[in-house]
Design a protein around this ligand. Structure first.
Ligand SMILES: CC(C)(COP(=O)(O)OP(=O)(O)OC[C@H]1O[C@@H](n2cnc3c(N)ncnc32)[C@H](O)[C@@H]1OP(=O)(O)O)[C@@H](O)C(=O)NCCC(=O)NCCS
Length: 177
């Protein structure tokens, strides 16, 4: 039986991936195609989750992504991925995307998303326990604290949880009324 891993710091698995937008990556407007950006975000966050879990991981869900600003042909795209919190076998990863020109000029934040991965046992392909996350900074703590709420939203939207069984969402809305 595999020994449970100790909780790990966010920085231990932080992943930064850099790509240059080439002609093959663009749409008819010479901007990065949304699907290609999602693919890069998926790869960066999977590396991060795999490193955190020290196992194979699969993407279970991707939360809402808005493409606020176009990323142009020739721009350099930097994708930063950090774990926010682990539950049982799943781990949530926060991904941020930045773009800049090739000289590093005009840097801007383009979008962000939350990806959820499930750690799999390499032998039988079944979900296995993911190590906990130790938040150290204020922003890491904020993302850690809000993660159960996001988890409930995605489980409700995917039909895996009934609204009446949610705790975090109900508590959140009860506070508002
Ligand atoms: C993700 C997957 C492993 C879950 O398998 P399963 O048999 O439903 O396993 P479980 O019911 O034990 O759930 C395992 C974890 O997945 C999470 N999960 C499953 N579906 C989810 C979803 N839509 N959103 C968020 N989390 C989800 C569960 O909440 C659970 O997390 P927890 O252990 O931290 O509580 C399975 O659905 C799968 O293999 N999907 C395909 C993954 C894939 O190929 N991804 C690439 C897409 S091309």
């Amino acid at each position: 039986m595999t020994q449970a891993l100790k909780p790990k710091k966010v920085v231990d698995s932080k992943t930064v991936m850099t790509e240059m937008v080439m002609p093959n990556d663009t749409n008819a407007m010479n901007n990065l195609m949304g699907g290609n950006l999602l693919r890069w975000m998926d790869i960066a966050s999977a590396i991060c989750a795999g490193k955190h879990c020290e196992s194979y991981v699969v993407t279970a869900s991707v939360d809402h992504v808005s493409f606020t600003l176009p990323i142009r042909l020739g721009e350099v795209v930097t994708i930063e991925a950090c774990v926010t919190r682990a539950f049982n076998s799943s781990v949530e990863v926060y991904v941020e995307v930045f773009a800049a020109d090739v000289k590093g000029g005009n840097p801007h934040r383009c979008n962000h998303a939350y990806y959820t991965f499930v750690a799999l046992d390499g032998l039988n392909g079944k979900p296995q326990t993911a190590p906990g996350v130790i938040p150290l900074t204020e922003i890491e703590q904020q993302r850690y604290d809000s993660a159960p709420r996001r988890r409930e939203v995605r489980l409700i939207l995917s039909g895996r949880m009934k609204l009446e069984h949610s705790k975090e969402i109900r508590a959140f809305f009860e506070k508002l009324v």
